[in-house]
Each structure stands twice: as structure tokens, then as C-alpha cells.
Design a protein around this ligand. Structure first.
Ligand SMILES: Cc1ncc(COP(=O)(O)O)c(C=O)c1O
Length: 363
């Protein structure tokens, strides 16, 4: 037993990484080659342009269908979120968000002195409803955070649901933060900018869709006047990792090429893995999966009916089998003691190791 599961996992080379929604599936060789070429050219000796490597921001705008928005390249989506939270929130402001959620964003709101109002969504329909949001709004409410699709549950919002939430934000003049980190895994996704472009901010990540978590790259996309407001809190005038930017550019280019199927192949494997995990966990009595299929690369498995504690399960799988999943406490103080989160963008051999490990611990 170790104090720190992450330290344990990072010191080994036999871990199946299903704990942080990272992506370990193959990408197009062109992407890795573009990074290798940039290394050979010693591009990393230079600072990148502070507007990003030439062409990258245009590709991002094109990918999102937002030709007139400003794009700020950041060190991961987490920095884009930090900048907007610090720039747009003041002490005492309230933000409508959910529980469970990706909690570090709520911590950023608190750094600005604001209060995350966490709507309970660990219940049908497993996502924020417009009625819940409406009820929580008061004169202190300044922002609505929509994580769509939602980490950890994998719930996606329909076009009508996004429209209704955007309309609500418009009615109350709120900032609308549309965190689309998992958008590319979705079966059907709607951008909130379709309905409320003037006050919607879109933080994006390259960690999950491209498997770039360790390269640390993301972006903030916002209308020019809103970006101007956000830049007050931008400490990142020297831009972000030039190798990551070069790789992201190659990834977006190859993904837009209909002849290049690496992204579809990755998605297919991810969905097959999800099904294999479902088949495995459903063999155990007392287990249920709140949202299936998940619209992200991660899923919640409720083990409340099994008598097994999620943190104990995390530890047994990691320390006995080197399979790293996550107990729910990290994602929800209120509901986390009943579920685990499993991310499944790993090679199928990793899913088979998960299956064996699960059967050994839970069988
Ligand atoms: C909803 C959400 N937003 C942002 C992030 C952070 O992404 P990045 O690695 O790009 O900083 C995560 C990471 O898990 C996430 O789940």
C-alpha cells in the first residue's frame, strides 16, 4: 500500500491508465512525425508566437465553426478556465454548476471569491435541468458552467436542452461557460454559441481527443470583446508548448481529411471498450451504470449495492493488479462514496486486464 496512488502509478511502466480520462489509443503517424520533426528542427529553442503557431487558431475556429471568435492558446483547458473564472467573477458572485463535476473548476471559482452552486445531478436525468438552474438563479448569479458532455457521468445535452439553458442565461444576462472538453467523443453535440454567442465562452482541451494530456495544451474561444476582458488575467503572454501546438495542428489537419480515418478508428475502439467494460461490471450483483452509452471517454459505475467501498476498490485494482480507476470522492463529496469512474481510451488489452482484475476483486 502506498500513500499516493499517482506516485505509485508514475513510477511503474505496467499501469492500465483508466483513472484520469487520458487517451492512450494510437493517433495518426503524421501527428507524432510532426512533433518529431519540430524536435529535430529545434523549434523548442524559440518562444512560440503569442498568437500560437501559424495556422493553429484558424484550424480551431474552423473545427468549432466559430469563424469570428478570438482564440487564446493556453496550457490545457484548465488554464483557459482559470483565466475566465478570475477575469469574470468577483467576490460573492454565484455560479450555477453541477455535482458531480470536474471539481478543480469549482476551486478556481472560489479563488475568485465566487461561490459554486452545485446542483445535484446524481439522479435522473443525470444532468442539469433547466428547472433546477432556473430555481437556483438569484441576483448574485453571474455565470452558468455547462460541461457538455459531463465528466464524470458521460451525459450529453440535447439541442433543445442546450437552447433552453442558453435562453435562461440570456434572460438573466449570465456568462455561459460551455466546457466542451469531451465534445469529440459525443454521439450528438450542440454548441451553446448557436443560441447565445455574445456571452458564451468555450474552453477546449487537447488532452482527451488527441491524447495530449502530458503535452498540456488547450484554448479559450470567446467573442473579441469578451476575450479582451479575459486577457486581464492572462499571465501566459509567452504562449504554450510549441511541440504540442505543432502536433495539435497536424491532428486537426489530419482529422479534417476524409481519407484519414485515425480519429474514427480511435472512437470505434473507445466505444467497443465501453461495451466490454459494461459487460464485465454488470456480471456483479448490485452494480448499475447511470448513463450508457457515455458521450465521453469515461463512465460512472455505481457500486453502492455491492457493499464495496469505491476507494477500497480503487486501491485493490491498482496495488494488486496495476489497473488504475478512480473512486468517486474526487468528483463529488456528496455522491462519491457510491461510484467509481472508469476511462476507457486504452488499448483493448488494457480492458482485458481490467476484466480479469475486476473478476478477481469483485467476483
Ligand atoms: C470538464 C473538464 N474540463 C477541463 C479539464 C482539464 O483539461 P486539460 O487537460 O486540457 O487542462 C478536464 C480534465 O479532466 C475536464 O474533465
Amino acid at each position: 500500500m502506498h500513500d499516493n496512488p499517482f506516485e505509485y502509478a508514475h513510477l511503474r511502466d505496467d499501469i492500465v491508465w483508466m483513472s484520469q480520462n487520458t487517451n492512450h489509443l494510437p493517433v495518426a503517424p503524421e501527428i507524432e512525425e510532426s512533433i518529431a520533426e519540430a524536435v529535430r528542427r529545434h523549434d523548442y529553442n524559440k518562444y512560440p508566437l503569442n498568437t500560437g503557431v501559424p495556422g493553429l487558431t484558424d484550424l480551431i475556429r474552423q473545427d468549432l465553426g466559430l469563424p469570428n471568435h478570438d482564440v487564446l492558446i493556453t496550457n490545457g483547458c484548465i488554464e483557459a478556465l482559470y483565466i475566465l473564472n478570475r477575469a469574470l467573477l468577483a467576490p460573492g458572485d454565484e455560479v450555477i454548476c453541477t455535482d458531480p463535476s470536474f471539481q478543480p473548476i469549482h476551486a478556481q471559482m472560489q479563488m475568485a471569491g465566487a461561490v459554486p452552486i452545485e446542483l445535484p445531478v446524481y439522479q435522473e436525468p443525470w444532468k442539469m435541468t433547466v428547472e433546477q438552474a432556473q430555481e437556483a438563479i438569484n441576483p448574485k448569479t453571474k455565470m452558468l458552467l455547462l460541461i457538455d458532455p459531463l465528466n464524470p457521468l458521460g451525459s450529453g445535452y440535447s439541442r433543445d436542452e442546450v437552447r433552453a439553458l442558453a435562453q435562461l442565461a440570456d434572460d438573466h444576462d449570465l456568462w455561459f461557460v460551455d466546457d466542451v472538453t469531451y465534445r469529440d467523443f459525443s454521439y450528438d453535440h450542440t454548441m451553446a454559441t448557436d443560441f447565445y454567442p455574445d456571452k458564451t465562452l468555450v474552453p477546449i482541451s487537447f488532452s482527451k481527443n488527441l491524447g495530449f494530456a502530458g503535452l498540456r495544451l488547450g484554448a479559450l474561444i470567446a467573442p473579441p470583446d469578451v476575450m479582451k476582458q479575459c486577457k486581464v488575467m492572462d499571465t501566459n503572454v509567452l504562449s504554450a508548448n510549441i511541440l504540442a501546438q505543432t502536433g495539435a495542428k497536424a491532428a486537426l489537419e489530419t482529422r479534417m481529411d476524409p481519407a484519414n480515418t485515425w480519429f474514427d478508428d480511435m472512437l470505434k475502439q473507445s466505444r467497443r471498450n465501453q461495451q466490454l467494460i459494461k459487460e464485465t461490471v454488470m456480471e456483479t450483483e448490485g452494480v448499475f451504470i447511470p448513463v450508457y452509452p457515455s458521450n465521453t471517454n469515461t463512465m460512472v459505475v455505481d457500486i453502492g449495492g455491492t457493499g464495496k467501498d469505491p476507494m477500497e476498490l480503487q486501491q485493490d485494482l491498482l496495488y494488486e493488479h496495476q489497473v488504475f480507476i478512480r473512486g468517486g470522492n474526487y468528483l463529488s463529496k456528496k455522491f462519491g462514496s457510491t461510484f467509481i469512474r472508469i476511462s476507457f481510451t486504452v488499448p483493448e488489452e488494457g480492458v482485458m486486464r481490467f476484466r480479469k482484475a475486476w473478476q478477481s476483486v469483485m467476483g
